[in-house]
Design a protein around this ligand. Structure first.
Ligand code: HEC
Ligand code: HEC
Length: 258
């Protein structure tokens, strides 16, 4: 792992672009728009992994008991958890158990999934031995089958961005021009086709993406969905700051251990 890739948004964009161009020529980095790892192509094995993918792609329908909004895992972990820099599931299983700063202790992959249920899904955690959990883990295990254990996938997590302060007023204009056509003027989207960015059908205020910096890092690489990569870092922070001013479900503090 070199840790150096083309998706670091430096202020010196030109220098970064040059560096990336050199790396691409040298064959050391994937093209900037590479979305999926070839190894994940192909059909998901029947049984648990396939059930897991169904749940991942349409969580409110197939994991109804545990979901409090209308978001699917796939709405944030795009491409059924395979798209680079939208926190993909590829080669992830072997990294667990790992220390979690938010939980303050070592967590399993199941615990991490429970976190996303209580926060991003505004719902309740499926138990470790539930059918829902077993299927999701089987799918993530399958997406991790080619990776070296404990070696992070190069497109893991979100892109890095320099710290900036977002301006919600500027973000409001960006939202109207570049996001509202899909996510709606009211931010409610059209679930399941288009996810809600705020309101009752969206993630709660304990979710990772409720942090404007994380939202900016997601948005700059993955949105607008029809022209990703076109926002500047400042625009990504601005639109994230605007979304952050909007109402959403409250995190249940009973789930703080997740
Ligand atoms: C509203 C957006 C959203 C939804 C919906 C969501 N997640 Fe997440 N998830 C995130 C974010 C943001 C992170 C943290 C990424 C980071 O900081 O690198 C994350 C992290 C994770 C991780 C750890 C990834 C890593 O690299 O360590 C797992 C596993 C995970 N989510 C599983 C799920 C599952 C399974 C579902 C559906 C039941 C789900 N998530 C739904 C936003 C979401
Ligand atoms: C062409 C339609 C379209 C446009 C325009 C668009 N999005 Fe999205 N957005 C989607 C879809 C569809 C998803 C679900 C993931 C996927 O399939 O790519 C999504 C997912 C998201 C998510 C994660 C899920 C959630 O509900 O929180 C965020 C955040 C987001 N978009 C923000 C934005 C922002 C900010 C803009 C404007 C800069 C934008 N989107 C523009 C279609 C769009």
């Amino acid at each position: 792992m070199t840790g150096l890739h083309c998706k670091i948004y430096l202020p010196a964009a030109v220098a970064a672009a040059l560096l990336c161009a050199i790396l691409v020529v040298a064959g050391k980095a994937a093209p900037a728009n590479a979305q999926t790892k070839p190894a994940v192509a192909g059909s998901v094995p029947p049984g648990l992994p396939q059930q897991g993918k169904l749940i991942f792609d349409n969580t409110p329908k197939y994991a109804r008991l545990y979901v409090g909004n209308k978001l699917s895992c796939n709405d944030c972990h795009v491409g059924s958890g395979t798209a680079d820099y939208s926190a993909p599931m590829i080669d992830l299983a072997g990294l667990f158990p790992m220390y979690s700063k938010r939980a303050g202790h070592v967590i399993s992959l199941e615990n991490r999934i429970q976190e996303c249920f209580t926060r991003s899904e505004a719902g309740q955690p499926p138990s470790v031995d539930s059918a829902t959990m077993k299927a999701l883990v089987a799918y993530i295990d399958w997406l991790s089958r080619n990776g070296a254990k404990a070696k992070p996938y190069q497109g893991r997590g979100l892109v890095k961005l320099p710290a900036r302060k977002g301006n919600p007023e500027a973000g409001k204009a960006i939202y109207a021009a570049q996001c509202a056509s899909c996510h709606g003027e009211n931010g409610f989207g059209m679930p399941p086709a288009i996810p809600a960015l705020w309101g009752n059908d969206s993630y709660n205020d304990g979710a990772g993406i409720n942090d404007p910096a994380k939202m900016a890092r997601f948005v700059i690489h993955t949105m607008p969905q029809n022209s990703p990569g076109t926002l500047s870092p400042q625009q990504a922070y601005d639109v994230a700051a605007y979304i952050h001013t909007q109402p959403r479900p409250k995190f249940n503090p009973a789930y703080k251990i997740y």
